[in-house]
Design a protein around this ligand. Structure first.
Ligand code: ATP
Length: 319
């Protein structure tokens, strides 16, 4: 049975819109418009989409913060709103905008209090905390009040706080937003290792494409509250015919040597000494072997398809 399952999940908000000079009329707007989703244990799911697509609203319904207007959701076999307290013991939540730490207390004290909130056995709590301290480098600021932590330090604290009770699912809403390059990398590698260990199912929303590349084996893309893609990043590239590129530097200007099927010349630069090929099929090895036969091959680099390009194309498609 999937660990997370939704059928026809919907959320409508009522908004007031101008209707004439002084009048306002109420309108129902579907922020989430019929989402069917099944996530198996151990998956690392990227839940992405443009601004206002309905990502946070979905996560709020899955974590029991918001009641759906229609459809069904089950997380760990529980109904998120009706069984919110039981669910809280089985999931961890990291929402960039909201903190689960005590603002005036040192980080260490927040962690201690969370042990009582979730009634975690002392040895389990100590073991998980020790691991997070080591992997997320917490020791330097463990005794600092939360209000004095930098954003990157606080995020590492939030992730630890969400994991101390050993949740089966970790929901993260924009976990790397606003972090500097070093903190981003620390958070990403930690989450990658956590996901790879296989015990924790990760669901994250992000606008950072590097998060997606590093963390999400499966991508669910939503737009206007509906799923517009569900599959791996590789499938997304295949759908948009993304190409790998091979850039070669030559000892003599390019003379139009025949290349294997699937390879096409995209650009010729540096007076013919640098050629970029697009690879729609075949391997970079076949192309390089063909070029090596000319005797003028000096250097080769292979560029993976550009995720930015493919996601921009996907977001630009009408829902
Ligand atoms: N409490 C609310 N009342 C009215 N409308 C809301 C409310 N919360 C969200 N919305 C609307 O629902 C839609 C989806 O919002 P949501 O926050 O889920 O999007 P998102 O995909 O998380 O966006 P972002 O990437 O910008 O965070 C938006 O049009 C938003 O304005």
């Amino acid at each position: 049975m999937p660990l997370i399952e939704t059928t026809g999940l919907r959320k409508e908000f009522t908004v007031r819109r101008k209707a004439g000079r002084f009048r306002r009329r109420r309108h129902a707007v579907a922020a989430v418009d019929g989402i069917d989703l099944a996530v198996e244990r151990g998956e690392m799911l990227g839940y992405i989409g443009p601004n206002g697509a309905g990502k946070s609203t979905t996560l709020k319904m899955l974590t029991g913060v918001l009641s759906p207007s229609g459809g069904e959701a089950r997380v760990c076999g529980l109904r998120p709103v009706a069984q919110r307290t039981r669910l809280a013991r089985r999931i961890g939540v990291v929402f960039g905008q909201r903190s689960q730490l005590w603002w005036d207390l040192p980080l260490r004290e927040s962690f201690r209090l969370l042990r009582y909130v979730y009634r975690v056995p002392s040895a389990e709590h100590a073991a998980r905390l020790a691991e997070c301290r080591r992997l997320l480098d917490l020791d330097e600021f463990l005794d600092t009040p939360v209000r004095q932590l930098s954003l990157g330090q606080r995020m590492r604290g939030e992730i630890t706080a969400a994991l101390l009770h050993g949740p089966e699912v970790l929901f993260l809403d924009e976990p790397t937003i606003g972090l500097d390059v070093v903190s981003k990398q620390a958070v990403r590698s930690f989450l990658a290792d956590l996901g790879a260990a296989g015990d924790t199912t990760l669901v994250l929303t992000t606008h950072d494409l590097a998060d997606i590349e590093k963390l999400c084996r499966r991508l669910v893309v939503i737009d206007h509250g509906r799923v517009v893609h569900d599959g791996s990043l590789a499938e997304l590239h295949a759908r948009y015919d993304s190409r790998r590129r091979v850039v070669v530097d030559l000892d003599a200007p390019w003379d139009g040597t025949p290349v294997p099927a699937g390879a096409t010349v995209e650009t010729v630069a540096a007076d013919g000494f640098r050629v970029t090929f697009g690879l729609a099929g075949g391997t970079a090895g076949d192309l390089v072997a063909a070029l090596a036969g000319t005797g003028s091959l000096r250097d080769v680099s292979v560029l993976e398809p550009d995720i930015e390009e493919v996601v921009a194309r996907l977001y630009a498609e009408p829902a």
